[in-house]
Design a protein around this ligand. Structure first.
Ligand code: FDA
Length: 303
């Protein structure tokens, strides 16, 4: 119930205005977001790299409605690739197709993504297309396959709460594509997604095992200690080498577990979001763990 409410609030411009006015200054957004400008991420990325973790930088933004905004996003990514290179950060990039114009047209988003992949290739960079709500799944994957013929420096994300994901995983495995597996962060109807967490978790374990056996360098993106323990056992039982996959977690979430996995010899990549458009991202993090709300309220009261 609270989860659905928080996810609905993530689409409310009025609440967004209030939270954004108080958020960064009250400090609670800082727990999940590295800063508002790319320059502000350097310390966080360097600290993670020093802890032997790689990073994926997410320049926050979604659902742009004008082609000029989508164009600005492409220009921003051009600067971001150069910035990562110039600062010698061990980081790649994650982005959303609605930030590149998917709400305007599929062809605009595809064309912008192509420009980004060409630019990324100049820096030998890898780009991950995040997966958004289920209205976008088919279109995101179509664009993925359209570009896959010409580019290989990118991958995408599959959400285990969707019924369709098993079929999608098989096709991506056959294509040799790199997949990040997540449970899924959006408010989805029961017609397309498992309503029970137990089924989402079961699907996660099953699809993880398929990716580990047959996938191309999968990213197991979860903070779930039970699933991580099961994955570690599966990897050991099947003699899968630790350099064949990576764990991924979000900036500010389960830092203890991030450190533990690295000290146990596993690869860990931390997803580090930044930018001024942090409201939707932060609300999805609160929805995942409503007890985080206390942290938010405490910070607002302290102000
Ligand atoms: P689950 O929600 O069951 O949580 C397991 C445990 O993890 C909790 O008990 C708690 O201890 C901890 N935890 C989880 N979330 C927390 C939080 N916000 N704050 C504090 N503790 C928390 N989704 C999507 O739809 N599209 C995408 O492209 C991506 N991309 C992505 C990248 C990366 C690197 C990660 C880690 C996650 C995503 N996600 C995503 C989000 C994902 O779908 C999911 O919502 C979250 O990872 C939470 O699910 P868990 O697998 O962690 O399990």
């Amino acid at each position: 119930m609270t989860r659905a409410l928080l996810l609905r609030m993530s689409n409310s411009p009025t609440i967004e205005r209030f939270v954004k006015k108080n958020g960064m200054s009250a400090g609670f957004a800082r727990r999940f977001i590295a800063g508002e400008r790319m320059e502000e991420t350097v310390d966080s990325v360097r600290q993670l790299n020093a802890r032997e973790m790689t990073v994926t930088l997410d320049y926050l933004g979604e659902n742009v409605s004008r082609p000029e905004e989508a164009h600005d996003s492409v220009e921003y990514y051009r600067r971001l690739f150069k910035f990562i290179f110039d600062n010698r950060l061990d980081a790649n990039v994650s982005l959303k197709l609605t930030q590149l114009g998917l709400d305007i047209s599929d062809s605009l988003a595809a064309q912008n993504m192509r420009l980004i992949l060409e630019e990324a290739a100049k820096y030998d960079q890898f780009v991950r297309i995040d997966m958004e709500g289920s209205d976008y799944t088919e279109r995101t994957l179509s664009i993925f396959y359209e570009l896959w013929g010409d580019h290989k420096n990118f991958g995408t994300v599959i959400q285990t709460y969707l019924y369709r994901s098993e079929t999608d995983i098989h096709r991506l495995i056959d294509a040799g594509a790199r997949v990040r597996l997540v449970k899924g962060a959006y408010n989805e109807p029961k017609e397309v997604a498992f309503p029970d967490k137990k089924d989402v978790d079961e699907s996660y374990v099953k699809l993880t095992q398929e990716l580990l056996l047959k996938g191309n360098y999968p990213a197991i993106a979860t903070h779930d200690p039970v699933i991580i323990a099961a994955t570690n056992s599966f990897v050991a039982d099947n003699q899968i080498s630790v350099d064949r996959f990576e764990y991924q977690m979000l900036f500010g979430v389960r830092r203890d577990l991030q450190n533990k996995l690295v000290s146990d010899g596993f690869r860990m990549r931390v997803y580090v979001p930044f930018g001024t458009q942090w409201y939707g991202y932060m609300m999805r993090r609160l929805a995942e763990r409503p007890t985080n709300l206390w942290f938010v309220l405490k910070n607002l009261l302290r102000k």
